[in-house]
Design a protein. Structure first.
Length: 164
């Protein structure tokens, strides 16, 4: 039986999320070029999810090296009703975490410019309608327009991450 790849960096932080987001986006583009479309969609979505979460933790003044624990994630999720959101986001809920990010910034008195907030939600919605962490268990064949839409949204999150 093969040995599991050891977890070499067991600490999550913004820097780890940013690096992983960029690496997964790169991997997705390679897979897309090889017509491995379902795997590409999975990694495009995962890349965007990490950028949204990194932006959230940056918004609450975490430094790039502050450890993000499961408790920090639960605290963020549990804050959704306090921020006026209709539901708590799931662990991998791209649209829910985007809503959480926008609501948190507004609560802190530093809301996003209207257009940026709308673009964050629109791109998160595109991803959420075509991506889920359970895709890794599926053998679906996505349509070309779905691949393009997810790729464009993942690129949007890369290009606009610093403003988030």
């Amino acid at each position: 039986m093969p040995f599991l790849l050891p977890l070499r960096n067991p600490v999550d932080n913004i820097q780890v999320f940013e690096r992983a987001a960029e690496a997964r986006l790169h991997d997705a583009e390679i897979l897309q070029a090889q017509c491995r479309d379902m795997a590409a969609i999975y990694l495009f979505g995962y890349s965007a999810e990490m950028r949204i979460k990194a932006a959230y933790f940056r918004s609450i003044s975490f430094t790039t090296t502050t450890t993000i624990t499961p408790r920090h994630r639960r605290t963020a999720i549990d804050e959704a009703p306090v921020l006026g959101l209709p539901a708590k986001p799931g662990s991998h809920d791209i649209h829910g975490w985007a809503q959480l990010l926008i609501a948190k910034r507004a609560q802190q008195g530093s809301p996003y410019p209207k257009d940026l907030g709308m673009d964050i939600l629109a791109n998160a919605r595109i991803l959420s309608s075509r991506w889920s962490e359970i895709l890794r268990y599926r053998a679906n064949r996505p349509y070309q327009h779905e691949i393009v839409a997810v790729h464009m949204s993942a690129i949007w999150f890369r290009q606009n991450y610093q403003e988030m």
